[in-house]
Design a protein around this ligand. Structure first.
Ligand code: NI
Length: 438
């Protein structure tokens, strides 16, 4: 049965009062019933995962929980995709296209400060230091939501017009030093092959009114590039600077000049750009001018052309300021960079009615550009994708001061969970129903 037929039947069956701008089909109503039924489990999973967070590429317990659940549902799975990743394939009872849903599984080296009965007290070693571990970015919610979606879709499997691929991804926050990981490694290890989806959906919990959905067509989240700079001067006595080349003063000029790229050199009327130096190291004593200075930073852009342009300008600025003082400088853009999280405009347009129907039209809002980055962008480089924000801030909390993702005080209101499960389940089913048959 095509989507159009489903809609027509639904219109005939539904009482007039229930006919909204997009009437719910019998399948859609069955999905909502199944979401209600699975919610107690989703809450239990989420609390369990929250209490047992694991760092990037170390999501062993979480991956096992996911794999055991998918297996128990009769979903065909592949494990250890990109280290701890799990990929499940659910073939529906009817022919149709393939769609992917993605959840990230990793936590952060943050010590939880939220007083919850299922508060994390986990500890681990990160970059040689012992740290607290917390789901400070809320990925515990993403995993539990997608586990719930899998159960819901298995219950309506016979009516599914196509195949749903579940991608549980490690290391969204970036792999530990010296390791590969995240969306890029999963893609390399075949997460998008056999079968290849024609679209992918994902969500992120976000500090916004609980249960609302924030979306944006085109760029949503920034491209991020790590910036490494080494300025090489010549060491001398602090009282005799003319005897050497002072990399501290040169690097200070560089820091200031880099700020003129976004403010003076690129057209920020369309999309903004950010250049930040977050680390500046050189010297070990007040009366010694050191040999070199090391700086690290991050670059955020929302357009691939502007991204390349800003990187060229950074290189030019650093190298020429160093040269003007007789020093040399090396600029590199490190690994772990992410492209722009870009929502395919056609797909966004196509799926918007689904979001409005499932979350409520007044609860679906256009999101501002977001300067954090997200490696979901790498999936979107391969196939059209749609990524959106799920608000998790309790109604009585001020959005202006609420602790944001990565804060030790980050808190996600569980009232958002059913909205997330419904949104992803309906997006998958509506996409399969409407997309052209392969
Ligand atoms: Ni995150």
């Amino acid at each position: 049965m095509t989507g159009r037929c489903v809609a027509v039947v639904a219109l005939l069956l539904l009482p007039v009062a229930a006919q909204g701008q997009q009437a719910a089909s019998p399948l859609s109503r069955e999905i909502n019933r199944q979401v209600d039924a699975v919610m107690p489990k989703v809450v239990t999973w989420r609390r369990d995962i929250h209490q047992h967070p694991e760092l990037s590429n170390r999501e062993f317990r979480t991956a096992k929980l996911v794999a055991d659940h998918l297996r128990s549902l009769g979903i065909e799975i592949r494990t250890e995709v990109g280290h701890t990743g799990v990929v499940g394939v659910l073939k529906g009872g009817k022919p149709g296209p393939v769609v992917a849903l993605r959840a990230d599984m990793d936590a952060l080296p943050v010590t939880e400060q939220v007083d919850l009965p299922f508060k994390s007290v986990a500890r681990a070693t990160f970059n040689g230091q012992e740290v607290g571990v917390m789901h400070a970015c809320g990925h515990d919610n993403h995993v539990a939501i997608l586990m719930g979606v899998a159960e819901v879709l298995v219950k309506v499997k016979d009516q599914l017009p196509g195949t749903v691929k579940f991608i549980f991804q490690p290391a969204e926050e970036g792999p530990p030093a010296g390791e590969e990981g995240g969306a890029g490694l999963m893609i390399k290890e075949g997460a998008l092959d056999n079968p290849r989806p024609s679209a992918i959906f994902g969500l992120h919990v976000w500090p916004d009114e609980v249960g609302t959905i924030g979306y944006r067509s085109g760029p949503l989240m920034a491209a991020s590039d790590w910036l490494d700079i080494v300025v090489k001067g010549r060491q001398t006595h602090g009282a005799q600077p003319w005897g050497g080349i002072d990399p501290i003063v040169i690097s200070s000029q560089i820091v200031l000049a880099l700020q003129t790229i976004a403010s003076r050199q690129v057209d920020v009327t369309n999309v903004p750009a950010i250049v930040t130096i977050g680390m500046f190291q050189g010297g070990n004593r007040g009366n010694i001018i050191p040999d070199s200075v090391v700086m690290q930073g991050t670059v955020r852009t929302f357009d691939e052309r502007m991204r390349a342009d800003v990187k060229n300008r950074i290189r030019r600025t650093v190298e020429n300021i160093a040269a003007s003082a007789g020093a040399t400088a090396r600029v590199s853009f490190g690994s772990g960079s992410n492209p722009v999280t870009y929502n395919d405009p056609t797909l966004t347009e196509q799926m918007l009615p689904t979001l409005r129907r499932t979350a409520g039209a007044d609860r679906v809002r256009i999101s501002p550009l977001s300067t954090p980055a997200e490696d979901f962008a790498l999936f979107q480089k391969e196939i059209p994708g749609f990524f959106f924000f799920l608000g998790v801030t309790p109604a009585d909390v001020d959005l202006a001061t609420v602790p944001r993702n990565h804060s030790p005080f980050f808190f996600a209101d569980e009232a958002a969970l059913p909205v997330g499960v419904k949104a992803l389940a309906h997006l998958a089913v509506d996409y399969l129903s409407k997309a052209p048959k392969p």
